[in-house]
Write a protein that binds this ligand. Sequence first.
Ligand SMILES: NC(=O)c1ccc[n+]([C@@H]2O[C@H](COP(=O)([O-])OP(=O)(O)OC[C@H]3O[C@@H](n4cnc5c(N)ncnc54)[C@H](O)[C@@H]3O)[C@@H](O)[C@H]2O)c1
Length: 438
Amino acid sequence: MIEKGTKIAEARGKLGVLLVGMGAVTTTFVAGVEAVRRGLASPIGSLTQMGAIRLGKRTEGRSPLIKDFVPLASLDDLVFGAWDIFEENAYDAALNAGVLEKELLLQIRPQMSRLRPMRAVFDQKYVKRLHGEHVKEGRTKMDLAEQLIRDIAEFKRKHRCTRLVMIWCASTEIFIKPHAVHRTIHRFERAMQENHPAIAPSMIYAYAAIRSGVSFANGAPNLTLDVPALTTLAEQQGVPICGKDFKTGQTLMKTILAPGLKARLLGLHGWYSTNILGNRDGEVLDDPGSFKTKEESKLSVLEYILQPSVYPDLYGDFTHLVRINYYPPRGDNKEGWDNIDIFGWLGYPMQIKIDFLCRDSILAAPIVLDLVLFLDLAARAGMRGIQEWLSFYFKSPMCAPELYPEHDLFIQLMKLKNTLRHMRGEELITHLGLEYYD
Ligand SMILES: NC(=O)c1ccc[n+]([C@@H]2O[C@H](COP(=O)([O-])OP(=O)(O)OC[C@H]3O[C@@H](n4cnc5c(N)ncnc54)[C@H](O)[C@@H]3O)[C@@H](O)[C@H]2O)c1
């Protein structure tokens, strides 16, 4: 644990942002940063850019912006790199993703066109619906990791970066259970040499990042670095890591609403969630293997928030179903329906319906930005291993093996802000408030 008021190195020089996958989320994020830098748009939804933090007592009136309170990298200092299985540049990829208006993209076309993906580490066994040619070849998974390590070093040198962060924004891989080869770094490395099937491409990227001293966040629900071998390696190497699966759309709504129902002790009979989406992510999730990974991530949320073992009468027996249907006409503009069957005083039933017409990548892009800047801050503050204070951004937050994850969005935000206060030597805010009445 870092000490209260720990020394944080300044954010001097360029921060390299390495993005695995250059699809809808990545291009919406990069284009957004380019647009904000030029004053063409606002970074709405980003805590690091627009959020404030209260310090001290309510009577003190101190609420600076987070970016003025902790030393974050400036947007002007970010440089982007990416890997993808398709060769097209970020401008063309953004046009294909169909999230942002062409009018906006045209204004940042030169910057976007310059971003060309490096060859990916990819294996169709792990993402059945995709087939790409722009991939690395290697005799073993370890060979492939060494190639990524060289890509990282070359990128750092070429762009004269002082620090790097890597974010997995690539497709969701098939469901993989934790395996004995994930237990120690020695077994993990041997499994890479032997091309063991329990080592997925996302794990090879995570391994390469950590070995290179690069912080890593996993935006998809894949197991990736949520295994003892890699969390231990991250601690040993002094690298901050976090994951899994960006909390956007339907799950964001769930983690806003469920704590409210629990706070008022309203019971739950069932929660049925269904989605239609038509982007490439939707196409990948149409495969049962990738869907299973996503489903596990989406389902865990309610169990943890509602605590059926503590409140058996209210939450001991509810049905929770999640469906995702690939429906091309919708593109990135997903529609998520929720039907929630609740019960109140004397067991009387009620229903809540939510129809969220959201834009997946518009919700994900500010999360990517915040993770880049906070992971870089954590590294400069000497924080290592799993960064539970960044749970706020994830559907399946990583945490220490002896803990259960915290899913309640409001507790997650308090944890995040208290971590920032702790880093800067400020008093934590408990919301006790009795002192105002003494
Ligand atoms: N709101 C959101 O958009 C949201 C929320 C939570 C999680 N996610 C996850 O984020 C990821 C990205 O979402 P998206 O909408 O940008 O998807 P996308 O399909 O538009 O982009 C993913 C990109 O990754 C590339 N890719 C696949 N495997 C790769 C590999 N091994 N190496 C390099 N590139 C690879 C694909 O070619 C594709 O271009 C998905 O896993 C998705 O489930 C997205």
